[in-house]
Design a protein around this ligand. Structure first.
Ligand SMILES: Nc1ncnc2c1ncn2[C@@H]1O[C@H](COP(=O)(O)OP(=O)(O)O)[C@@H](O)[C@H]1O
Ligand SMILES: CC(=O)OP(=O)(O)O
Ligand SMILES: [Mg+2]
Length: 404
C-alpha cells in the first residue's frame, strides 16, 4: 500500500510526511530528510550533519544549498543532537511529521542481508555483532536507541553496509583458515555497501551499457575501500571480516601481515584492546604522518611524513585495484567517490598514474576541475567522479520497509 504524503494535524493544518535517514560515522552523524510524495520519488528537503567533535553543532542545508540551520549543541552531543534534530524537523521545518527513520548499520553479519524493521530483538542481535565492528557498530546503534526512547512509536529501519556484497563468490569471501571457521561466519563481508549500491544505481541511470562494464568503485573517505562490480553487482571488495582490511585509511592500517599482530601480542605483550585501539585509531594516515588522519590536512602540510602518508595511501589503493581488476578479468571503468575520491585531484592522479599499464589514462585539466569524466579520450578505462549519497539509499529502503 502506498503511503499518504500528508495528513492534517489537530488544528487541521496540512502536515507533510517525511522520512529521516541517518548515517552515523565516527565523528559525525550525517542525515537526509525526505518528503514522501505519494506517487513519485522521495523529495530531498534537507541534508546536514550533527558534528560530535570538540564543538558539537547541528547544520543543515536545503536541496538548493541554502543554509536552513546552524546551531551549537549543548550537553551530551549524541543524545542532545538527535533531540534537537527532531525538534527542528517537527516544529520549525514547515510542519513535518516523521513517519519513519532509517539508519546505516555497518555490520549485518550473516543474518541481516536485507533492510529490517528495528525491533528490540533485532537491535539486541545487532549489538552482538559489535566485536566485528568495534569502532562502528556502537555508533550505528546509539541514535537508534536515542530515537526509540524519544519517539517509541516511530518505525525504524536498519540498512546494512555488508548487504551489497552478498553476491560475492565463496572463493573470494573465504579465508584460508581451517574450514570450520567459514561456517562460523569468519569470512570476507565487505562494507560501504550503501555507497556502492547508490553508485551502481547512478551508473545505470547514466547508461545501462556503463553499468554492465567491469568496474572498480573507489570509496575513499575516512574509511576507504574498493569494490569490483560487474553488471552492478559486487564481485570482490577490499574490506573483509572487519572494516580494517584493505586500503590505508584515516586512522586504520588496512591489510597487514597477520604475523605482525602475533608478534605484538606474543612478543611485545600488547593486550587485545590496546592492539585494537592501535589498529583502528592510531594507524593509517595518522600513524604514518604523525600529524593527522585527515587528507586535507596532509595535502596542506609540507612535512615529509605527511607526503609519505599520502604516497602510501595512493600506492596501496592502486595495488588493491590491480588485484580487483584480476578478479574482474579486466578493467573498463574506474569510479572515484566519497570525501577524498570526490575532492582530492592529487590522490586521484597518483592512483591513476600507477594504473597506467592497465589502460587508465587520466586527463589532468578535467581531474583538476573535478569533472564528471576525468579520463582522456584515448583512455581504455572510463574514469569518473560520482558523488555518493548513502542517505538517499537508506531513505528508499526505509520507505519500502515501511510500506511492506
Ligand atoms: N577538498 C578535499 N581535498 C582532500 N581531501 C578531502 C577534501 N574534502 C574532504 N576530504 C577528505 O575526505 C575524508 C572524509 O571523507 P568522508 O567521505 O566525509 O568520510 P566519512 O563519511 O567516512 O567520515 C577526509 O580525509 C577529508 O580530509
Ligand atoms: C565501514 C567504514 O569504514 O565506514 P566509514 O567509512 O564510515 O568509517
Ligand atoms: Mg562515510
Amino acid at each position: 500500500m502506498e503511503l499518504a504524503g500528508e495528513q492534517r494535524d489537530e488544528g487541521w493544518r496540512l502536515m507533510r510526511h517525511a522520512i529521516l535517514a541517518l548515517n552515523a560515522g565516527s565523528s559525525s552523524i550525517k542525515f537526509g530528510l525526505y518528503d514522501l510524495e505519494p506517487s513519485a520519488e522521495l523529495q530531498l528537503v534537507s541534508r546536514g550533519k550533527l558534528d560530535l567533535g570538540d564543538a558539537p553543532r547541528l547544520s543543515a542545508k536545503a536541496a538548493d544549498g541554502t543554509v536552513q540551520c546552524d546551531r551549537p549543541l549543548a550537553g551530551d552531543a549524541r543524545n542532545a543532537g538527535i533531540d534537537t534534530l527532531l525538534d527542528w524537523i517537527e516544529s520549525e521545518l514547515g510542519g513535518r511529521k516523521l513517519i519513519a527513520a532509517g539508519h546505516r548499520i555497518v555490520h549485518g553479519g550473516r543474518e541481516f542481508v536485507e533492510p529490517v524493521r528495528l525491533t528490540p530483538a533485532v537491535i539486541e542481535g545487532l549489538d552482538r555483532l559489535t566485536p566485528l565492528a568495534p569502532l562502528h557498530q556502537p555508533r550505528s546503534l546509539a541514535p537508534i536507541r536515542t530515537l526509540a526512547a524519544l519517539r517509541p512509536d516511530l518505525p525504524q529501519v536498519g540498512c546494512f553496509d555488508t548487504a551489497f556484497h552478498q553476491t560475492i563468490d565463496p572463493i573470494v569471501s573465504r579465508f584460508a583458515l581451517p574450514r570450520k571457521y567459514d561456517a562460523e561466519g569468519i569470512r570476507r563481508y565487505g562494507f560501504h555497501g550503501l555507497s556502492y549500491e547508490y553508485i551502481a544505481g547512478r551508473l545505470k541511470e547514466i547508461s545501462p551499457a556503463l553499468a554492465a562494464k567491469r568496474t572498480i568503485v573507489a570509496h575513499l573517505g575516512n574509511g576507504a575501500s574498493l569494490c569490483a562490480m560487474r553488471d552492478g553487482r559486487s564481485v570482490d571488495t577490499t574490506m573483509g571480516f572487519s572494516a580494517l582490511d584493505g586500503l590505508v585509511m584515516g586512522t586504520r592500517c588496512g591489510a597487514i601481515d597477520p604475523g605482525v599482530l602475533l608478534y605484538f601480542v606474543l612478543e611485545r605483550g600488547i593486550a587485545g584492546d590496546a592492539l585494537q585501539h592501535m589498529l583502528y585509531e592510531e594507524s593509517g594516515l595518522l600513524g604514518i604522518s604523525g600529524i593527522s588522519g585527515d587528507m586535507r590536512a596532509l595535502e596542506a602540510s609540507d612535512d615529509p611524513h605527511a607526503r609519505e602518508a599520502v604516497d602510501l595511501f595512493a600506492f596501496r589503493a592502486a595495488r588493491e585495484a590491480a588485484a580487483l581488476a584480476n578478479t574482474l578479468g579486466g578493467l573498463e571503468c574506474l569510479v572515484f567517490t566519497a570525501g577524498i575520491g570526490e575532492h582530492s585531484a592529487p590522490v586521484r592522479m597518483a592512483i591513476c598514474e600507477r594504473l597506467r599499464w592497465l589502460g587508465v589514462a587520466i586527463d589532468e585539466p578535467s581531474n583538476a576541475a573535478h569533472a564528471e569524466i576525468i579520463g582522456r579520450p584515448d583512455s581504455k578505462v572510463e574514469i569518473r567522479v560520482v558523488a555518493t549519497d548513502e542517505e538517499s539509499i537508506i531513505a528508499r529502503h526505509t520507505r519500502m520497509q515501511r510500506n511492506a
